[in-house]
Each structure stands twice: as C-alpha cells, then as structure tokens.
Ligand binder design. Structure first.
Ligand SMILES: NC(=O)c1ccc[n+]([C@@H]2O[C@H](COP(=O)([O-])OP(=O)(O)OC[C@H]3O[C@@H](n4cnc5c(N)ncnc54)[C@H](OP(=O)(O)O)[C@@H]3O)[C@@H](O)[C@H]2O)c1
Length: 440
C-alpha cells in the first residue's frame, strides 16, 4: 500500500471530531478506494485540556493552527475552525502558500475571500476543496463543479439554512408563531443564541454566493445579493399560501437574466407540488436548472457533524487520489466580476397581503393603483369578518379586511410603486406583506 495521506486538522469541534471518527471507522474502505490510507496526524484547537468525547492525545498537538498549516509533517490541511477572519484565514493561506492542499467547511471564509484563496491555490498548483461549506452533506459543489460541468446553468435555488426551514415547517404543521418556533429551535440546539444571522437570511446568502460563483463563473460576491429574512412571516401567510397551492420557504436564488446575474435570498412561495416544497424540517435542498436538462433537485442533511464530515472526507479522498480541479470550476483568470441584475428589475409573480380599510371604494382604489402599474391579478381572496351583534350593517365590521392578491408576472418596481400609492391613498392599514413567488 502507498504512503498514507497525512492530515493536519485545524479545529476539533462538532465537525472536526466527526472527521476523526469517520476517518477511523472508514479507514480500510477509504484506503481501498483511494489506493492509500488517510490518517490524521496532528490537530490544533483553542484549548488542549478541554473535555472532548474523542481522544486527541494520540495526535501531535499545535497550539497555533498557523504553525500546524506550515508543518512539514502534514500533506493536507483541513480547516474546521470557522469564521472569515484569523486564525482560519491565515491558517488556510499558510497551508496553500506552503504548497499543501486545503479542505475547508468554512462558508464565511470562502464568501469573503474565496476568489483570492482560489488564486493562491492555483498559483501553488494545489487543491482547495470546500464541499462541506454549502448544504453540509449534500454534494452540490461537486455537482456544479464536476458532474454537471458540461451544462449551461440558468438558475440555481435552494433551501440552504436548516434553522429557517425548521421554523417555517413547525409554524405550518403545528400552527405556532414565528417567535415560539424560534424559542423551541434554540432549546433544541437548531438555532444559535443570536439567531439573526440565520433567520435574517445572511447564512443563506453566504452559501448562495459560493453556488452562484460555481454555476456562473463569477467572482464570489455576497454584497451583490438582495437579502430578506423570515421574521415577518405569519401564520396568516402560511395559511393563505396553503389555500392558494403554495408553501413558503426561505430560498437562496441565483438566476442568469438579460440584465445580469440576479442573486436574492427571501421568503418565497413555491408551488406546493414542487420537489423543494416537500422538504421539511432541518433538511436542505438545492435545485439546479440548466439548458436542455430537467431541473435536478438534491435533498439531504444541511448540517450536523457526521453529514458535514462526510463531505470533508470525500474532499480528502480526492486529494489522496491526486484529483484536482480549479476550486470554482474554471481558472481564476476566467472568473468574471458579477454583473448584478438590480432587484427592482426582478420579474415574477407576487403574493400581497393587505389590510384594506372597510369603507366604500377601498377595493376599487387598490385595483386602480395595481392597474396603473400594469399589474394583473391571478387571484384575489377577501375575508370579511362577521360583525359583532348589533353593530350596524349585516356581515360587515369596521375592522380592516384582509385582502390577499396573487399577481401574474410583474416587476419588483411596479409592485413597490403600486403599494406606495395605495398607502398614500390611506385605503389600507399597516404595511403590506409581500412574498415573491418562484415557479418551477
Ligand atoms: N456544525 C455544522 O453542522 C456545520 C455544517 C456545515 C459547515 N460547518 C462549518 O464548519 C466549521 C466548524 O464548525 P463547528 O460546528 O465544528 O464549530 P465548533 O464546534 O465551534 O468548532 C470549532 C473548532 O475550532 C477551534 N477553534 C476556535 N477558535 C480557535 C482558535 N483561535 N485557534 C485554534 N482553534 C480554534 C475550537 O477549539 P476548542 O475545541 O478548543 O474550542 C473548535 O475545536 C465552520 O466553518 C462551520 O461554518 C459546520
């Protein structure tokens, strides 16, 4: 048997510990598949003495992950520390500069510095593999970079954050509010103590920036993404979605349009019968559209130590076999700056929920304002509440009336202009809820 591939592991937390376990459990099989064993030889973490459920004493210890990255005793560095800055960044840079391949699960690092790191890997002629950085155990990076690389991608969209999908699923299935679901997700360990990064869509945006780059050959640029989270979604929206044949998901969407690449993260109504609508709980899913290819949807675990570690081990197996591709699927010199399609020019169907003041002419005013922007309606649902006994007109109350509109394809700009006019007309109460519709 050939020499083992010697792994330096920077980080032995949830993912790092699972990498150690998987490499030990799969030792023989991996060696048979790759033609050589893969073995962790050295590790680094913040605290050597921390109680852990794996034994790290048998590995060489490095208090400084950068020193680990530079050490001649390792052939490849696995970075599972996390975050965009140091020590993760300098650890990865040091390994690449020393001519060592790198495997990382760090989406934040790739979103912020992916292009520069890919350039460094390319100059050094080594691999930079990051399957685990997007959708944990789902092999979407390899799918875009290798399996489907003969295809022209037109759109890629997915459920990339398990916390948000768990919250939306629980709200719908158990009829509980966003706040209650969030508290429960925190109790179960699905949501962070500070959940805003997840629920406001920023985690999804980092992952989408990596997928868009792989699909469209553009430089990773999370700043080019329009981001909106799920905290404003109510049970009324989920009920209306169900009634109208949709389900609400937080999607990251990247589409090639005539105006450039549109990248957006927002709550989205998807047809209830679509593959992506069936994905409930913490599970992730990604759908890929390419010319001449029916959409392909990959569904699976988006997080968790073992699922994420499986992607890392697969990346390590490529290194052990000597297989290498450009990190983002094409040479860095062929990656272009993103031509960002402005969100105002987004075109699609819209769900709009308004509270119309219950007085004559409200409905006509709303209809006129929409017509002025050439917005046509696919459906209208108006819910009159039964008036309390003895309070005047039968069947009517003075309370605002929920009105739900589904538009045919129109532009973001037109919807904003129509709703601004309706608000100026004072025929509605509060802010309208707007959810974009994504057709499959
Ligand atoms: N958890 C998941 O399900 C998941 C899924 C997909 C991707 N990821 C990505 O995988 C990476 C790791 O996530 P994780 O959940 O395993 O994190 P984690 O459990 O917090 O582990 C982080 C590890 O890094 C070490 N570390 C932190 N700061 C350090 C420093 N300054 N110097 C040296 N070591 C340091 C920690 O040391 P101590 O052990 O001594 O504290 C710990 O071993 C992140 O990029 C994350 O985004 C995670």
């Amino acid at each position: 048997m050939a020499e083992p591939l010697k792994v330096g592991l920077a980080g032995v937390g949830t993912v790092g510990a699972a990498v150690i376990r998987l490499l030990e459990q799969g030792h023989e099989k991996l060696a048979a598949r790759c033609g050589r064993p893969i073995e962790v030889v050295a590790v680094s973490a913040r605290s050597r003495g921390k109680k852990r459920d794996i034994n790290i004493k048998k590995f060489r210890w490095f208090a400084d992950p950068v020193a680990l990255a530079a050490d001649p005793s390792i052939d490849v560095l696995v970075e599972v520390i996390g975050r965009a800055g140091d020590p993760a960044k300098s650890t990865v840079e040091t390994a690449l500069a020393a001519g060592k391949p790198v495997v990382t699960a760090n989406k934040a690092l790739l979103a912020a510095h992916g292009h520069k790191l890919a350039a460094l890997a390319e100059r050094q002629g080594v691999a930079l593999n990051f399957e685990a950085s997007v959708a944990g155990g789902i092999p979407i990076v390899k799918t875009l970079r290798e399996a489907l690389n003969g295809n022209a991608f037109t759109r890629i969209y997915g459920i990339l954050n398990g916390t948000c999908n768990y919250i939306l699923s629980r709200m719908e299935e158990d009829r509980i509010s966003f706040d209650e679901c969030l508290r429960e997700a925190q109790r179960l360990g699905y949501a962070e103590a500070d959940p805003s990064f997840d629920v406001e869509g920023h985690d999804t945006a980092q992952k989408l920036s990596i997928l868009a780059s792989l699909a469209f050959g553009t430089k990773v640029d999370p700043a080019a993404i329009y981001v909106e989270g799920i905290s404003s979604i109510t049970l009324a929206d989920l009920d209306a979605a169900a009634e109208l044949g949709y389900r609400v998901k937080l999607l990251g969407v990247a589409v090639r349009t005539d105006a450039g690449i549109e990248q957006r993260v927002h709550p989205t109504m998807v047809p209830r019968e679509s593959a992506i609508a069936q994905v409930m709980g913490v599970t992730n899913a990604v759908t890929v559209d390419a010319l001449g290819l029916s959409p392909i949807t990959l569904v699976g675990p988006g997080a968790g130590g073992t699922a994420t570690a499986a992607s890392i081990v697969s990346d390590l197996a490529d290194v052990a076999r000597g297989f290498r591709t450009p990190p983002f699927g094409r040479p860095v010199a062929r990656m272009t700056a993103i031509r960002k399609a402005p969100m105002q020019r987004h075109e699609g169907g819209y769900y709009i929920r308004l509270l119309a003041r219950d007085r004559p002419g409200s409905a006509a005013t709303i209809a006129r304002r929409l017509a002025q922007q050439q917005i046509s309606l696919e459906s209208i649902v108006q819910r009159h509440e039964i008036r309390a006994q003895g309070s005047g007109q039968p069947g009517r109350s003075n309370k605002p009336v929920p009105v739900i509109l589904i538009t045919y394809a129109t532009s973001e700009d037109a919807v904003h202009r129509a709703l601004a006019a309706v608000r100026r007309d004072r025929v509605i109460s509060g802010r309208p809820q707007v959810i974009r519709i994504e057709k499959n």
